[in-house]
Ligand binder design. Structure first.
Ligand code: HEM
Length: 431
């Protein structure tokens, strides 16, 4: 074929298969931090930097409806807040805005840390635990108690496994994706039953009118009607699921404490400013959301690059969190950077940018930081051994995770004898 008539290359596969590094690599080569692409056969533009964040979050420029491809829509659920624009988005977002308030954040953190403290003696009695799995179970117990969602102790692990699977399968079409779909079907059906029971005055959840569950069940959409049961289930899961996803960050925090143990000492002291700086650095340094996507609301021009109405616009989240123009030594894990300069709204964007009250920025950012602050301090104070295992984090896998999940042995509280070692010593003494 004549080179002039050859269609321009499509980047969809490279973007997904290339993992976290593909887009930032191209972005680094672009002095204006803008990379023209073709996604799904259509013109697209990827952007980075605080100014780009403000451009991306301006609704006159970017719309979300129809922007999220099918596998990712499966992560959030059909009709979710993530996919709405304009007044419909603002009305639905009302449901989530109380999560920004310090007393709600403290409520979630209180329930989760209580669940963690209950779990530690049980870990101590086992020869080995995988921190990622244990954190997911603890977060599930804590957030369900806080939200008023009934959860039998016996089902906590299977519900946690489903919530983890829903996050783990969002950026792939392979077996992880199908596992995520089955998990979503189960959890949406379960949550829908809880909402139906509440609306008809039945069930164990009926007695807590101030709970998140009760608020979601009673919420009215922009048309004045109550949310359809399935949509209400989707939105309740849009709080429970990402709270459980904090288990990714807990495993990353354990990874950081293992690689750079000096931080353990600082965290053990319980200095709240250092705990906050550590939480921010875990969210900046480790990979989670690679980029965000929207559709051009009209013909757009950004730094001389054009995108026609309906074209895709990507915000390079992982790249911006490692951009050397914003962060000195971006690939060095250094919590102190946030003591020297507090996080700026549109610079640190692991959970989106601009104002969560008016745009799509994550309303659970305060909850995430609060949970990480408390759990990182608990982790630093816990005594354990780290056996040989695969601690690599592949940047080709989205979402990335510590491959082994971070296994630990001989878990015990400071000053206590590890229970498993005690049992071994006891057996030795008797033989
Ligand atoms: C592992 C921790 C988390 C990460 C990495 C994360 C990341 C994100 C990202 C990247 C977005 C999209 C922002 C955008 O589209 O502009 C988002 C949206 C959202 N997140 Fe989170 N999040 C986390 C935890 C939470 C928590 C704990 C909650 C609730 C308690 C939560 C609730 C939501 C909701 C409801 C939205 C949709 C907001 C909207 O579309 O207006 N997230 N999150």
């Amino acid at each position: 074929m004549d080179a002039h008539r050859r269609p321009p290359a499509d980047h969809t596969l490279s973007l997904i298969a290339g993992g976290y590094a593909w887009l930032p690599q191209r972005m680094r080569q672009s002095p204006d931090r803008a990379v023209p692409l073709r996604i799904m056969g259509r013109p697209a533009l990827a952007l980075s930097g605080p100014e780009a964040v403000r451009f991306f979050y301006d609704e006159h420029n970017i719309r979300r409806h129809g922007a999220i491809p099918e596998p990712v829509t499966g992560l959030f659920g059909r009709g979710a807040v993530h996919t709405l624009d304009g007044q419909a988005h603002r009305q639905r977002k009302e449901l989530f805005l109380p999560l920004l308030e310090p007393d709600r954040i403290a409520g979630v953190v209180g329930h989760v840390t209580a669940a963690w403290d209950e779990a530690v003696p049980e870990w101590a009695a086992r020869p080995q635990v995988v921190l990622f799995d244990e954190a997911a179970a603890v977060l599930t117990r804590g957030v369900c108690r806080w939200a008023g969602v009934p959860l039998e102790d016996a089902e906590a692990r299977s519900v946690a496994a489903d919530l983890v699977a829903m996050v783990d399968g969002f950026a792939t079409l392979g077996p992880r994706h199908w596992r995520a779909r089955r998990a979503r079907a189960r959890q949406e059906a379960r949550t829908a039953r809880v909402i139906e029971d509440l609306r008809s005055g039945r069930g164990p959840a009926a007695g807590r009118p101030d709970s998140l569950l009760a608020r979601v069940a009673a919420h009215r959409d922009v048309d004045g009607g109550r949310l359809p049961v399935r949509t209400a289930a989707v939105e309740l899961l849009n709080v429970v699921r990402p709270t459980v996803a904090v288990s990714w960050f807990v495993a990353f925090a354990a990874h950081a404490l293992h690689r750079w143990p000096a931080h353990r000492e600082r965290l053990r002291d319980g200095d709240p400013a250092y705990a906050a700086a550590f939480a921010h650095e875990v969210r900046r340094f480790y990979p989670f959301a690679p980029f965000l996507g929207g559709r051009a609301a009209r013909d757009l021009t950004w730094r001389g690059h054009q995108v026609p109405a309906g074209g895709t616009v990507l915000l390079d989240v992982f790249g911006q969190n490692h951009d050397e123009e914003l962060w000195a030594d971006p690939y060095t894990f250094r919590p102190r950077r946030f003591l020297e300069r507090p996080p700026q709204r549109d610079e640190l964007i692991p959970q989106g940018g601009c104002d969560p009250r008016t745009g799509h920025r994550c309303p659970g950012e305060g909850v995430t930081v609060g949970l990480l602050e408390s759990l990182a301090v608990r982790l630093a104070r816990l005594e354990y051994e780290v056996p040989a295992q695969d601690l690599r984090i592949s940047l080709r896998r989205i979402p990335a995770r510590v491959r082994s999940g971070f296994a630990v042995t001989a878990v015990h509280e400071p000053g206590q004898w590890p229970a498993a070692a005690g049992a071994r010593a006891g057996a030795g003494a008797g033989s």
